[in-house]
Design a protein around this ligand. Structure first.
Ligand SMILES: [Zn+2]
Length: 373
C-alpha cells in the first residue's frame, strides 16, 4: 500500500513537475521571444547604417593615376545645322558647333573611358568618377541660349530641346554611369540663357527661373564678370571689384545664397597688376572669393596635387568648332599627352604609380591619403 501511495505521489510529482516544465517553457518562450522581437529589427530595419567594407581596388585593372592631367573643355555656342555656310564668320565657326556634334562627342568620350566630373570637384581635389575612368570637365562661357534655355510647354517651364543641356540630359538618361555636370560662366549684366526669337518656339522663363532651373538640374554657375569686361582695360581696383563683385551681387539677388566658386577670364585676358582683385574683393558690401580662375587655354589642366598646380591659372581646352584647330579638344583626343588622370574612385585617396610620385606635392594633398603603387 505504502509503495502504491509512493508511486501515486511520484506520478503526481512528475505531473506537477511536467506541468511546471510546460509553464516554464511557455514563460521563457514568451520572455525569450520578447527581446528577440526588438533585437531582430536592428540589423534589418537599418541596413544602410551597417558599414559595408569597400571592395579592395584592383590597381592593375584600374591603373589609377591621380597625378595626371584632366581636360577642362570650354564651349560657347551651338546650332542646328551641321555644316554652316560662308555667311558665318570664321570666328563664329571657331567657337560654334552643332548639337549633333555634341551628342557624337559624348558617345566617343564614353567609349574612350571618360566620365563627367565638375569644376567644384576639381577645385576641391575630390574627383569622384569611378575607379579606372578618366575625368572630363565641361565649361560653357557667356550664358548663351544654345547652351541652356527654357521653353513653355502646357503652362510649365521645360528645358528647350534645342540646347546643349538637353543633349547632356538625354545622354545621361541613356548612360547614367557617364555622369552629369558642367559649369556655366555667366555675365549677369545681360539676361543669361535668353535671346529674342523671330521664329520657332519662343524662349521662356525669367533670369531667376533659368538660373534656378539649371542649378536644380545639378549644374554649376560661375563668374565671368558683370558685363564681359576686358580686364586689361582696368586701371584701378574699384573697376575690377565692380565687374567681379557686381556679378556676384546680381547672382545673390537672383538665386539667394548662391556663391560663385570659380571665375572665367573674359576674352581669356587678365590684369597682372590688379589680379588680387580678380581673386577676391568686395563690392557694395558683397564679398567675393574665387577659389579657381580658368583661362582660355590650349592644353589639359594639371592635377590639383601637381607641384606646379596654380588654382588661379587653370588651363582649359577650346571645344572644337566647325573650324578645327591645333590644340583644340579633338586635337588633344587624337594626340593624348602623358600622364592622363585616371581616378581611383575614392575622393579621399590620391593614388599614383611609383613612376609619377614626383608629380605629387605632399603639401597639396589637403589631408587626403596618398597611395603609391
Ligand atoms: Zn566670354
Amino acid at each position: 500500500m505504502k509503495m502504491r501511495r509512493l508511486a501515486i505521489l511520484l506520478v503526481l510529482l512528475a505531473l506537477v513537475a511536467g506541468l511546471e516544465v510546460v509553464i516554464m517553457t511557455r514563460f521563457t518562450g514568451q520572455t525569450a521571444s520578447a527581446p528577440q522581437a526588438t533585437a531582430t529589427p536592428i540589423p534589418t530595419a537599418e541596413p544602410t547604417e551597417t558599414p559595408t567594407p569597400t571592395p579592395e581596388l584592383d590597381l592593375e585593372a584600374a591603373k589609377p593615376n591621380e597625378a595626371g592631367e584632366i581636360p577642362i573643355v570650354m564651349f560657347h555656342a551651338f546650332v542646328e545645322e551641321t555644316d554652316p555656310d560662308d555667311s558665318y564668320s570664321a570666328d563664329f565657326k571657331r567657337y560654334t558647333q552643332s548639337f549633333t556634334y555634341l551628342k557624337d562627342l559624348l558617345g566617343r568620350l564614353y567609349d574612350m573611358g571618360y566620365r563627367m566630373s565638375t569644376m567644384n570637384d576639381f577645385l576641391n581635389n575630390e574627383i569622384k568618377v569611378e575607379a579606372g575612368y578618366k575625368p572630363v570637365i565641361f565649361t560653357f562661357d557667356d550664358g548663351t541660349a544654345s547652351q541652356f534655355s527654357l521653353i513653355e510647354q502646357n503652362g510649365e517651364l521645360v528645358v528647350n530641346p534645342q540646347c546643349a543641356v538637353a543633349v547632356l540630359l538625354d545622354f545621361y538618361k541613356e548612360h547614367p554611369d557617364f555622369g552629369l555636370g558642367g559649369t556655366f560662366y555667366v555675365n549677369l549684366g545681360a539676361s543669361p540663357f535668353y535671346e529674342e526669337r523671330t521664329s520657332g518656339t519662343p524662349l521662356a522663363g525669367t533670369a531667376q527661373e533659368r538660373l534656378q532651373y539649371l542649378i536644380d538640374l545639378g549644374f554649376e554657375v560661375g563668374n565671368h564678370t558683370y558685363s564681359h569686361y576686358s580686364l586689361p582695360d582696368a586701371t584701378d581696383a574699384e573697376t575690377v571689384m565692380r565687374e567681379v563683385g557686381k556679378n556676384q551681387q546680381a547672382m545673390y539677388e537672383l538665386v539667394d545664397g548662391y556663391t560663385f566658386t570659380s571665375f572665367s577670364l573674359p576674352f581669356g585676358s587678365t590684369t597682372p597688376e590688379l589680379f588680387e582683385y580678380v581673386k577676391g574683393g568686395v563690392y557694395e558690401g558683397v564679398e567675393y572669393k574665387n577659389l579657381g580662375i580658368v583661362e582660355v587655354g590650349w592644353d589639359p589642366a594639371i592635377s590639383p596635387v601637381n607641384p606646379d598646380y596654380d588654382p588661379y591659372s587653370i588651363h582649359r581646352i577650346r571645344g572644337t568648332g566647325f573650324l578645327a584647330e591645333d590644340c583644340d579638344f579633338e586635337w588633344w583626343l587624337r594626340n593624348p599627352r602623358d600622364p592622363i588622370y585616371v581616378s581611383d574612385g575614392d575622393p579621399n585617396t590620391i593614388t599614383v604609380p611609383e613612376a609619377y610620385r614626383s608629380l605629387v606635392d605632399d603639401s597639396k594633398l589637403g589631408g587626403k591619403q596618398l597611395r603609391v603603387y
